[in-house]
Design a protein around this ligand. Structure first.
Ligand code: HEC
Length: 404
């Protein structure tokens, strides 16, 4: 329970920090794209673009300098902690939910039978290995060809999605691709954007030349961050949509949605510089519809992983108490939480959580107990009319487990 509260706090904080980060980033991109040629007297002061805005009951005048101010003002805002705190809180959350709870959330033995430490090792390897490849590529001559580089990033993420979905549970896989993207983005701020800005501040202070290459390198990474925001935000909400991460080709779906959302981002980027290309929105929407159509095709019946684990798994001898618990769960939960739900609403197991086999149940004893005996919000809306006595059966079983 304490962990649930820590998780609540971290998640809340993570979202708030993320809103501040992405919000600031969207705002500055918008700002840059809307700067207009300033009047002559401002040009004299070294201002290369300005704009006026009205917001929250006041007028704002923003100016962007060609080089920099005469002297660095006492208070200069950097906008770095938004990125850092988002990353730190996200990483703690990943650790708490998916690493501390690896057996429940990260490992799916029908995908790959990993021990918690193997799974965590692979997870961290994926995130930091991916970051390493990206950083190495940024420092290589490849970075001089932005389009080629963009395609390389796409291939890197596709490889990460493929590996993750072949190692982890659906949700665990998606969140790892998200963590890799978030780490690359925060890394861009940390490794390039901030150092470039520090050099610029030093140059202004010492009245020396600003090397255009600082800004250019930082710009490339900022463009990457810009296109990665929408895919990353999708991953953050994807938890609610098991039709995406529970799919047999989840990695392709993730890539397809990622590409479409980056494409939509492109529309806004063009719009900001005065190019209106509604065709992007049209093709993007068609793309989304095609994805939705393909995802909804009934492929689950083809592969049918859990029934195969069910039949291939060695028959487990359940003791009397376990059998009773198993039966209660089959009666009250498995219509939704199964490889092939029979519920009228849920055609895919909610959150990818399935109770077809005893190991699937036993591994998740703590969360089953929590939701049926403590919080009592499962079965959902008590749709299957679970009685207080049946909840008690789960309660007694769980207490027995914790006493062991
Ligand atoms: C009518 C469908 C339905 C039934 C029946 C049902 N659930 Fe759920 N369950 C859901 C949905 C939808 C969610 C996801 C929403 C949420 O977390 O609130 C969920 C989420 C959960 C979670 C949270 C998983 C997580 O990863 O945090 C647990 C645990 C759970 N159910 C256990 C059970 C148990 C145990 C039963 C039977 C006693 C049961 N459910 C019956 C629909 C159902």
């Amino acid at each position: 329970m304490l962990l649930d509260w820590i998780s609540l706090f971290l998640r809340w904080f993570h979202v708030v920090a993320g809103v501040a980060w992405i919000g600031a980033s969207f705002y500055f991109i918008w700002l840059d794209n809307n700067l207009r040629t300033p009047p002559e007297w401002k040009k004299q002061k070294g201002i290369k673009g300005d704009l006026w805005a009205v917001h929250g009951g006041g007028f704002y005048e923003v100016a962007k300098y060609e080089y920099g101010p005469e002297v660095i003002p006492e208070k200069l805002h950097w906008f770095k902690w938004e990125a850092y705190t988002t990353w730190i809180s996200g990483f703690l959350l990943l650790g708490l939910v998916y690493y501390h709870g690896a057996a429940i959330y990260l490992i799916d033995s029908s995908v790959m039978d990993l021990t918690p430490s193997q799974a965590i090792g692979r997870g961290l390897g994926l995130i930091f290995g991916g970051l390493f490849i990206y950083e190495a590529a940024c420092r290589s001559p490849l970075s001089r060809y932005p389009k080629v580089f963009g395609i390389m990033v796409l291939i890197l993420l596709a490889a990460a999605s493929y590996l993750a979905t072949h190692w982890f549970s659906g949700r665990g896989a998606f969140i790892h691709v998200g963590a890799l993207i978030g780490t690359i983005m925060a890394g861009n701020v940390f490794f390039k954007i901030m150092p470039a800005q520090r050099l610029m501040v030093d140059a202004v202070t010492n009245k020396t030349e600003i090397d255009p290459s600082w800004g250019l390198g930082a710009k490339l990474r900022s463009v990457h961050n810009n296109y990665l925001t929408l895919p990353l935000l999708f991953i953050m909400i994807s938890n609610h949509y098991p039709m995406t991460y529970q799919h047999d080709n989840a990695w392709l779906i993730l890539m397809a949605i990622g590409v479409v959302s980056a494409w939509i981002r492109h529309y806004f980027n063009l719009k900001h510089i005065g190019i209106s290309r509604p065709s992007i929105l049209v093709t993007g929407s068609i793309g989304m519809m095609i994805i939705a159509g393909m995802v909804s095709m009934p492929v689950t019946s083809q592969v049918d992983t859990t029934t195969s684990t069910k039949s291939s798994a060695p028959a487990i001898e359940l003791n009397v108490q376990q059998q009773v618990v198993y039966d209660v769960i089959q009666t009250h939960c498995a219509n939704c939480h199964a490889a092939q739900p029979t519920d009228d609403m849920f055609v895919i197991a909610p959150l990818g959580l399935m109770f077809d086999t005893w190991p699937q149940i036993e591994k998740r004893a703590s969360i089953i107990h929590n939701r049926t005996v403590v919080i009592k919000d499962m079965p959902l809306m008590n749709k299957t009319a679970m009685t207080e006595d049946e909840r008690q059966i789960i309660g007694t079983w769980f207490e027995g487990l914790s006493a062991d």
